[in-house]
Write a protein that binds this ligand. Structure first.
Ligand code: 13P
Length: 252
């Protein structure tokens, strides 16, 4: 069966000392918590990746980056390549977050190129999709998400696609305190799974973890995760507090 995953996207928060404190608090919390089969992933900013891998040592949680270059290597000042991430033994990387799409002009074509780089380096992409408020109000959310998934991912072979994790993050729910209702989340997740089934077959679709993101908190995670097609969460604000993050991870 597909994995239950709770991933924390720290975004651009914390200095080194604060990052150290957060990850050490997460470790303490995990010592006294039974996560059952839920996979926990921590995605800090680049400078703290190794801090997190050192703490976890692959046993408490996996570590992921928040972004990666679409290029292999060379004169691309400021970029971080997938092979660099591989060389510090990262397992996951977020791609196509709505903040990168909105503020840094990330297109589906760029998402596709980044996914290719990651897969070539055996890193699993966590690919984000989701509509903005006006699109939902115009009832275009399914068209928008279908295009993001099709153009960003459907060039992959079934074997490659089986490494991908999807995160549905309605943009109007991110950082707003306005969560999608469990029904809205389930409806979109089932739709995404049907797209995957159409393209790659039912077996691949059933094995794909589809996470929900957008104001997911300890108080609403249970309701969201109770849906058959919601396989976990991509957590922003609440992942910055060890208690909340670990509480969400035990909400299945
Ligand atoms: P919030 O949980 O802060 O709404 O952020 C969600 C998100 O964007 C995770 O990637």
């Amino acid at each position: 069966m597909r994995k239950h995953i709770v991933a924390g996207n720290w975004k651009m928060n914390k200095n080194f000392e604060e990052a150290d404190e957060l990850v050490s608090n997460i470790m303490d919390k995990l010592e006294e918590t039974d996560l059952k089969d839920t996979l926990l992933i921590v995605c800090p900013p680049f400078p703290y990746l190794e801090l997190c891998t050192d703490y976890s040592n692959d046993s408490y949680f996996m570590v992921g980056a928040q972004n990666v270059s679409d290029k292999e290597s060379g004169a691309y000042t400021g970029e971080v390549s997938a092979s660099m991430l591989k060389s510090i033994e990262l397992d996951y990387c977020i791609v196509g977050h709505s903040e990168r799409r909105a503020y840094y002009g990330e297109t589906d074509a760029l998402v596709a190129a980044k996914v290719n780089q990651l897969l070539a380096n055996e890193i699993k992409p966590i690919v984000c999709c989701g509509e903005v408020l006006e699109e939902r109000e115009a009832n275009k959310q399914f068209d928008v998400v279908k295009k993001q998934i099709t153009d960003g991912l459907f060039h992959l072979t079934a074997e490659q696609f089986s490494e991908v994790v999807i995160a549905y993050e309605p943009v109007w729910a991110i950082g707003t305190g306005k969560t999608a209702t469990p029904d809205q989340a389930q409806e979109m997740h089932a739709f995404i799974r049907s797209l995957i089934a159409e393209k790659y077959g039912k077996e691949v679709a059933e094995e794909t973890s589809i996470l929900y993101g957008g104001s997911c908190k300890p108080g609403n995670a249970k309701e969201l995760f109770a849906n058959p097609d919601v396989d976990g969460g991509l957590i922003g604000g609440a992942s910055l507090k060890a208690d909340d993050f670990v509480a969400i991870a035990t909400s299945f």
